[in-house]
Design a protein around this ligand. Structure first.
Ligand code: DGY
Length: 322
């Protein structure tokens, strides 16, 4: 029997892929750090039975329409806004993502971003490495406290909850906003539900963890930034398109808010000349929320395991169901 043909859109470590070669005919894009060329991907998709994709690939109606044999797309991310899930569903193509395995790692990074922005860690590091440190001084690189402040989590999903858990360890007061109340999370993390407006006006740290959808696109804009405290710090660990970046920039330079910690951007990679990157009160990271070696290996393995299970007639472990 011929093995299902699987195309992976980056070169992944062979030790992750090797165990699956027994039952799957696996080919990979030649590069690890450079995304597959879209035309090349379209060509591969025509004959592939399964794809492993990254968030850099646009798996759209056009691509899916040409992919006559395609049965499954395993996306190496918990977010799947790069995939037209409805178009896949219409063609009976299974989509999977990588929840759970990245939850704690991402929550760690988001908390790191909170601390780095509040306590000016990256700015202080630049200062010392540039040889600018001449004297200890009472307010040198003085930031603002994290402990005992109020954290407002917008999007209390798996990662949001683990951020809440970390916040409790810092004696923070935790507010959250979701489409619906989550009483279990309230009990477990001593978190309080707030309306979006209430959260914006009360939180010292507003953390965006919502998935990117039509409803959440641009939800952080000049109106929302105006409602926040002028001492507030905005953190984005979801997708850049949830924010109108020009409005964020204006809010920062007019001191409507005090700072921003950003792991994601509307356009990635963001240009080094982007206005947001010129501001000391912005800590910027290159979309590394889940980037620990342990977690990225687990994510890669989960993608391949889902594909392997699918072709063995078993249910996939992490289906995207909507
Ligand atoms: C995700 O999983 O959606 C992250 O943004 C990438 O790891």
């Amino acid at each position: 029997m011929t093995k299902p043909r699987i195309y992976i859109t980056r070169r992944l470590p062979e030790d992750v892929v090797a165990p699956y070669r027994k039952d799957l005919d696996i080919e990979m894009w030649s590069e690890t750090d450079v995304p597959v060329d879209h035309t090349h991907l379209q060509k591969e998709a025509v004959t592939a039975d399964g794809l492993v994709t990254m968030l850099t690939e646009n798996v759209d109606e056009e691509l899916l329409g040409k992919a006559e044999n395609l049965k499954i797309v395993a996306n190496l991310a918990v977010g799947y806004d790069n995939i037209d899930v409805q178009a896949a569903k219409r063609r009976d193509i299974q989509v999977t993502n990588t929840p759970d395995v990245l939850t704690d790692t991402t929550a760690d990074l988001i908390f790191g971003l909170v601390l780095a922005t509040a306590r000016r860690l990256t700015e202080a590091e630049r200062y010392i490495k540039e040889g600018k440190w001449e004297n200890w001084s009472p307010l040198l690189m003085a930031g603002t406290d994290v402990h005992h402040k109020t954290m407002g989590i917008v999007g209390m999903g798996r990662i949001g909850k683990m951020i809440a858990k970390r916040a409790r360890g810092f004696d923070m007061n935790v507010l959250y906003h979701n489409r619906s109340r989550d009483e279990e999370a309230e009990d477990q993390f001593n978190a309080s539900y707030a309306t979006f407006d209430d959260l914006l006006t009360k939180a010292d740290y507003v953390v965006c963890m919502v998935p990117l959808t039509r409803e959440t696109e641009g939800m952080f804009n000049k109106n929302t930034f105006r409602k926040m405290k002028n001492t507030a710090i905005f953190i984005n660990g979801s997708r850049g398109q949830t924010v109108i970046e020009a409005d964020l920039y204006e809010a920062l330079i007019h001191e409507d808010i005090a700072g921003a910690g950003l792991d994601v951007f509307a356009e990635e990679p963001i240009s080094k000349d982007h206005p947001l990157l010129q501001l000391d009160q912005v800590v910027a990271l290159p979309h590394i929320g889940s980037a620990s070696k342990e977690t990225r290996y687990k994510m890669m393995d989960l993608c391949l395991e889902n594909i392997d299970r699918y072709f063995k007639g078993k249910s996939v472990k992490t289906p995207v169901s909507n």
